[in-house]
Design a protein around this ligand. Sequence first.
Ligand SMILES: [Cu+2]
Length: 381
Amino acid sequence: METPGWLRERLSRRLLLAGGICTAGATAVSVSSAVGQAAHGGHDAAGAAAADSAYKAAPISGHSGAHGAMVTVGEVDSVRNGFDPAKMLTDWDVGTKSVLPDGRTLRTFDVVAEDKEIEIAPGVMFPAWTYNGRVPGPALRATEGERLRIVFKNYGSHPHSMHFHGIHAARMDGVPGAGLINPGEEFVYEFDAKPFGCHLYHCHALPLKRHIHKGMYGAFVIDPDPARHPEQADVARSRLYGTPENRQWQEFVMVMNAFDTNFDGENEFYAVNTVAHTYMNSPIRIAKNRPVRIYLINVVEFDPINSFHLHGNFFDYFDQGTTLTPTLKTVDLITQCQAQRGIIEFSFADHEPGLYMFHPHQSEFTELGWVGMFDVVEEVA
Ligand SMILES: [Cu+2]
């Protein structure tokens, strides 16, 4: 019987991942076992269950091991990459503040575009186009009502721009003719920080999906100004970066992304913050008595939808982050199409400590790198 087309496609994508693992030189899942997994069916259904049991970065060895812990093996060199997913969760770029003649705050960010080969899974290199040498680009954070100035220089090999999701003039839009610049050029975007919320920026050069997928995107968060929201000032203060109320929260920025390593218009690797399985191999430690807030952004190209599912708990969700009351209450799954984003809030205060998984409920994405763990502990040292 001839292999159906969809199965052939699955097999080729699985083989690529297996190939990537082999490249790492670690104890690798054999190609035949990868084929065996995919060929005996039940792969999608079994995937989440298999991942459920993968509490630790157990070495993948042989057929049974591959079922028990479907995670990458080996280390990604974060020094060579110049960025570390563990640190990217919290390393906000707040720019440089100064005061304008009219007394308003001016916040200035410096961003450069550059070509850079990055390692997205152990031994798997990807020729990225980056903002500030990292994928995702810097997580820019400002406060509602400030004047923002983004000084953008293109050191890359192609024309690029920064298109911000926000409110601004047409000439600041980052599309061709409005801030799309050639290699060696500079452009200064300037606009007011509004509306507050969880936004993003990305390159808007053509072909658009190729420029985005190559790594040109990042988080753009505008915190609410409590003075402008007197009826919900406490909530606004808890969102405002650096306030005592805000420091109670454990905040993380997660950019869901993916990589088409063979440029066939389909992704071979999925992740949050670029490196496949990084938060499986190094779970995110959280103190159970402090609430958690995630700025979640989906920039995956080629697949129309992505999602976030939390194990053992439910959360509130603020679609696009532009409200101070949740747009969805008490859910354990949200979906995001391309460029959709939002704020997730939850607490493990009433839970026992342990490893709690999070992943999209597209099992294929999970198997190909997008899955992680929260390590819930009594206190974070
Ligand atoms: Cu570009």
